[in-house]
Ligand binder design. Structure first.
Ligand code: ACO
Ligand code: PYR
Length: 531
């Protein structure tokens, strides 16, 4: 069967820039355009030249190597010609291959927002498209509020689409601007539009206000449109746009799309999509959504023991696609929901082979479940789990023992009369029968304890030289006087760049922190394998 070409249009840098809390610099836009080229989309809409200095500078040169570089703008204002509309001329003059103009397609908006007649709006659409084509650009029209407009006045909405197409628009894009349309409506309305514009000239632009942006885009494809607009990780105005990071794997891996449609993206590029999604979140300075379809850290994570048991026998039992196809990986988590299969899976990842019948596995499982009941959460603390597992299997040497620690926090006025808070810690450790006592000050009690603990570890000192605490999280597990505190510490070895998490639980926050610190040092020593 010959596949039909489906085009991917990315509007991360335009509609995505309309997301509250997101502001791109020119440098960030350049990096994101490179990311999109790497992903392999057909169109990159870079912004609105003339609307602000960032977008104007961004369009001072072409920013994509492969994708069609697209400038956004609005149709000419009524009452003047396209050549006499400075805003439109700035869009046409930008360094772009294509121009995408937003046009009103709902007569109510023509009246209320534009304040012109329906005929004047059609004339604006026609004149704008013709000007773009005359300027050598691939022309597109985003029919704003198309679905609401169609429901209010189908003849006028269709007239807008037809006018754009007949004037020479390569794509007539149907926009669910307010995001309130549902998939069945999208399908039915697209079928009507195809009577005036062929499907291979129709695009779909959806918003996620009912959580249906992706479903609506797919419904439009089912009805015959051949261009999808969306964004990286679904950013966009209000609740966001259709998420291309979800749509691309669905279109490439699921039926009937995989058999019927051809995309610009190769399987090798699909295998980079998890990394691209994470890299984009890194640029936005936000944590990736662990539960994102296909690319989230939990997308192929299995917590339940019954599932883990089957997955270890045959991954397809609980995976809808192979994680590697989207550059993700399988995770078998250890928690209070686990069975021995979860442990075996995680131990195998750590390079530890144990028979399922080994009684030490029962002991480890019982200990994990008891500790989880006490407040530990091993799925978030990989290093503490590895230490616990290896200790149960008898593989961790006793590097040092802590005989005592003390922390003092003092608030007082210093010599020049400033109010200061000082934290000081004293830690005593035993190494090979010898006691070592260290004192350190820190900017808080945990920092002081950390400093004192690793000030003098004798023969192990060089092994922990690169150890650095990079994040510290506290969670109170139940309120009131019986509160239990869970501390999670993220550490890294600056020499190897390896990162890990350790955990401590206690009714005392300093004690919980100390447990996590001691685990982190033991883990460093375990990995350094000192004599
Ligand atoms: C659905 C969407 O997401 S469309 C994309 C929306 N994106 C943006 O608006 C971001 C960039 N926008 C901007 O920076 C500014 O709005 C600008 C530079 C475009 C225009 O700024 P201003 O000239 O100050 O106008 P302002 O923003 O107040 O109002 C928009 C004007 O465009 C007109 N307009 C809106 N859509 C269209 C259209 N499709 N065709 C022609 N005119 C339009 C409005 O009627 C209004 O005109 P008015 O000033 O005569 O009332
Ligand atoms: C054009 C656009 O972003 C919209 O109608 O939602």
């Amino acid at each position: 069967m010959t596949k039909e070409r489906l085009y991917l249009f990315d509007t991360t840098l335009r509609d995505g820039a309309q997301t509250s809390g997101i502001d791109f610099s020119v440098t960030e836009k350049v990096v994101i355009a490179e990311l999109l080229d790497r992903l392999g989309v057909d169109y990159v809409e870079g912004g609105y030249p003339g609307a602000n200095p960032t977008d104007t500078e961004f369009f001072s040169e072409k920013r994509t190597q492969k994708a069609t570089f697209t400038a956004f703008g609005m149709t000419k204002r009524a009452g003047r010609s396209a050549s006499n509309d400075p805003g439109l001329q700035q869009v046409l003059a930008a360094s772009s291959d294509a121009c995408c103009f937003v046009a009103k397609a709902w007569d109510y908006h023509v009246d209320v927002a534009l304040g012109c007649t329906n005929e004047e709006n059609l004339e604006s659409i026609e004149d704008t498209v013709k000007s773009a084509v005359a300027a050598g650009k691939e022309a597109m029209i985003d029919c704003e509020h198309f679905f609401d407009g169609f429901k209010a006045n189908p003849d006028y909405a269709l007239a807008c689409a037809r006018t754009a197409y007949q004037a020479g628009a390569r794509w007539v894009v149907l926009c669910d601007t307010n995001g309130g349309t549902l998939p069945d409506e999208v399908k039915a309305i697209v079928a009507k539009v195809r009577e005036v514009v062929p499907g291979d000239h129709l695009g779909i632009h959806t918003h996620d206000d009912t959580g249906h942006a992706v479903a609506n885009a797919l419904a439009a494809v089912d009805a015959g449109v051949r261009q999808i607009q969306g964004t990286l990780n679904g950013i966009g105005e209000r609740c966001g746009n259709a998420n291309l990071i979800t749509l691309i794997p669905t279109l490439m891996l699921k039926q009937p799309y995989a058999d019927q449609l051809e995309l610009s993206i190769a399987p090798a590029q699909l295998a980079e999509i998890t990394q691209i999604s994470n890299a984009f979140d890194e640029i936005l300075n936000r944590s990736p959504n662990r539960h994102a379809p296909y690319v989230g850290a939990s997308a192929f994570a299995t917590k339940a023991g019954i599932h883990a048991s089957a997955i270890l026998k045959e991954p397809q039992t609980y995976e809808h696609v192979p994680p590697e196809s989207v550059g993700n990986r399988r995770r078998v988590l250890v928690s209070d929901q686990a069975g021995k299969s979860n442990l075996l899976g995680e131990l195998a990842r750590l390079g530890i082979t144990v028979e399922k019948s080994d009684p030490r596995l029962d002991r480890l499982l019982a200990e994990v479940k008891q500790k989880e009941a006490d407040g530990y959460a091993y799925e978030a603390a990989d290093a503490s789990f590895e230490l616990l597992a290896r200790r149960t299997l008898g593989e961790v040497p006793r590097f040092f023992d802590v005989s005592s620690f003390r922390v003092m926090v003092e608030r007082r006025f210093n010599a020049v009369g400033d109010l200061i808070t000082i934290s000081e810690a004293v830690v005593k450790v035993e190494i090979d029968g010898e006691t070592r006592m260290s004192v350190a000050e820190g900017n808080g009690p945990v920092n002081a304890l950390d400093m004192a603990l690793r000030k003098d570890l004798g023969k192990y000192q060089t092994a922990i030289d690169g150890l650095e605490l990079i994040d510290y999280k506290v969670r109170i597990l139940n309120g009131g006087t019986g509160a239990v505190t869970r501390v999670l510490i993220e550490s890294q070895d600056t020499r190897t760049h390896r990162r890990w998490f350790t955990i401590g639980v206690s009714s005392n926050i300093v004690d919980a922190s100390f447990q996590a610190l001691v685990d982190s040092i033991n883990y460093t020593l375990l990995k350094a394998n000192p004599a």
